[in-house]
Design a protein around this ligand. Sequence first.
Ligand code: C2E
Ligand code: CA
Ligand code: CA
Ligand code: CA
Length: 278
Amino acid sequence: QSQARPILVATPNAASKSRFIEALEVERALHAALERQEFFLVYQPQMDLRTGTIVGVESLLRWRHPTWGLVPPTRFITQLESLGLISAVGQWVLEEACRQSRRWEQAGLNLRVGINLSPRQFLEPDLFARIQQAIRTSGASPARIELEITESLAMQDPANAIALLGRLREAGIKIAIDDFGIGHSSLEYLLRFPIDAIKIDRAFVSNITCVQADRVIVRAVTAIGQTMGLSVIAEGVETLRQCDFVDALGVSEIQGYLIGKPMEPERIESLLETFVRP
Ligand code: C2E
Ligand code: CA
Ligand code: CA
Ligand code: CA
């Protein structure tokens, strides 16, 4: 599992020369990874707190290097961005997640599939066309696709974001604001965004049982969400106590290790068959 070498992580004692060589190695490996089909997607289940059923999944990118093993996304997504490779990999993610959505739909499973968009991808002028293409070639239903966009990114150019999100929603695609925290958002703008869901960052959920400020924030966000008719998803729910807390605060769905870790698509299917609300 964790035999992955720490790549491109600042190691204060390492000679800068070896770090430079390491960076080059990673760059070369990332260039080859798409061609060698070393990327794959895992899916993390999301449970509706009202019905106690799995209603959606978030697709999460994984990279298995032949000798380094499994490299976590936090170690390579920013590299993909700076190397200018995120568009190609992001397009593959879009297409693969749409194909999986289509497979599940054909199997009669009712699942929404979340797809993360990187900041770079979001700023590309042909993003709308690329998404349309992924949906068309896969045969996926737009209504089963939910794009996850980070709050900080959407706020960079709100007018532009509002226009693009509006077009995507007109095409029937769902939009979620990811990693939501009160911090860097202009709430007024955010409320003008055409969206379907808010995902509350794990940072607010981790200490929800002991930090009152976090409870106040989660309650405020859910109140806003309810008023606006949005789903509010709490991320990173690991314990039953955290689940009970966010439930009491009005959250509509939860995602986290309590329900399941990110897993291969086949395991999502068996989970759906055996799932009992924790
Ligand atoms: P994210 O979008 O906020 O995804 C949620 C992360 O939280 C995932 O980490 C997930 O495994 C982790 N997580 C979920 N539940 C729990 C929990 O109960 N406890 C803890 N400790 N962690 C939990 P992961 O898969 O390592 O992904 C990290 C980040 O990498 C993602 O954060 C996202 O920003 C980025 N990422 C992953 N896949 C993609 C992708 O396909 N495209 C882009 N652009 N970014 C991606
Ligand atoms: Ca996400
Ligand atoms: Ca998130
Ligand atoms: Ca996050």
